[in-house]
Design a protein around this ligand. Structure first.
Ligand SMILES: Nc1ncnc2c1ncn2[C@@H]1O[C@H](COP(=O)(O)OP(=O)(O)OP(=O)(O)O)[C@@H](O)[C@H]1O
Ligand SMILES: [Mg+2]
Length: 254
């Protein structure tokens, strides 16, 4: 395997004396999709939130392209963090703005003088790049539609386009398809896999549908009460592996 683009070692997190991550280690290479599977409360979102820096971990090292984030400061740290983007089940877009504006917002960190989402303020080159990103997710023809008028699946693709416009190469997706119908879910997973395989993104996606993990993720990681139970090529995941995650008696504490 190629060198990992994202590498996480010894991630630990407690909330109020309850340990919810007990030492999570994984890596995602450029061009790879890794699925996180696990029951409710097993620590999947907390893992991604710690990696993203939304939640402060108690311990652990997060590295981008083999550089530990805690060895960086100031602009270098900001630039490394900009390489990561997160997308969520509940889509965080501005519904009254166009798809294009929402995608342009991904570039905000590169254009610090732009402090609002006033469309005229996005430079022409950013708008062009955003259009290109919408094209890459198959939505160039919807660029000037308000996001609130797009379907859930289309909105999630806009969120992916915004990550691309941020020029993120590590995409963390927390249940990106849980709110979507089966067809839209397939489309979004196929898009994430295509972007990983053809453009070299590293994608880590929390999924509650093991069948999607088996079909779209190169590797799958099982989390059980804050500990990893497997990290395997998805083709090697068996019903027994899934039983260890979802059998009710194993999740009493969750
Ligand atoms: N901010 C918080 N404060 C206190 N406890 C929290 C906080 N965030 C998460 N937890 C707890 O950490 C544990 C793991 O939560 P997490 O959201 O990571 O689970 P999950 O695997 O994403 O579950 P789900 O499938 O339901 O989304 C849960 O017991 C949860 O209650
Ligand atoms: Mg979650």
């Amino acid at each position: 395997m190629t060198d990992p683009l994202l590498s996480v070692q010894g991630l630990r997190k407690s909330f109020g004396g309850r340990t919810v991550l007990k030492g999570v280690d994984f890596s995602v290479a450029a061009g790879e999709v890794v699925a996180f599977l696990g029951a409710n409360g097993s620590g999947k979102s907390t893992t991604l939130r710690c990696v993203m820096g939304i939640t402060a971990p108690d311990a652990g090292t997060i590295s981008i392209a083999e550089t530990a984030l805690d060895s960086l400061q100031g602009r270098n740290l900001q630039e490394a963090r900009q390489r990561m983007a997160m997308i969520f089940q509940k889509i965080h877009l501005i519904p009254r703005r166009t798809a294009l504006d929402n995608v342009c917002a991904g570039a905000l960190a590169r254009i610090p003088t732009v402090r609002s989402l006033t469309p005229m303020l996005f430079p022409a080159d950013v708008q062009q790049e955003a259009l290109d990103c919408l094209d890459r997710v198959g939505l160039a023809d919807r660029a000037f539609d308000r996001v609130g008028r797009l379907s859930g699946g289309q909105q999630q693709r806009v969120a992916v386009a915004r990550a691309l416009c941020q020029r993120a190469d590590v995409v963390l997706a927390d249940e990106p398809v849980s709110a979507l119908d089966p067809h839209a879910a397939e489309q979004v997973m196929a898009l994430l896999r295509e972007l990983a395989h053809s453009e070299g993104l590293a994608v880590a996606a929390v999924l509650h549908q093991p069948d999607l993990a088996l079909r779209y993720a190169d590797r799958s990681i099982g989390l059980l009460q804050g500990s990893m139970t497997f990290d395997l090529p998805s083709t090697e995941i068996t019903a027994d592996h899934l039983d260890t995650l979802y059998a009710p008696d194993r999740n009493i504490a969750a």
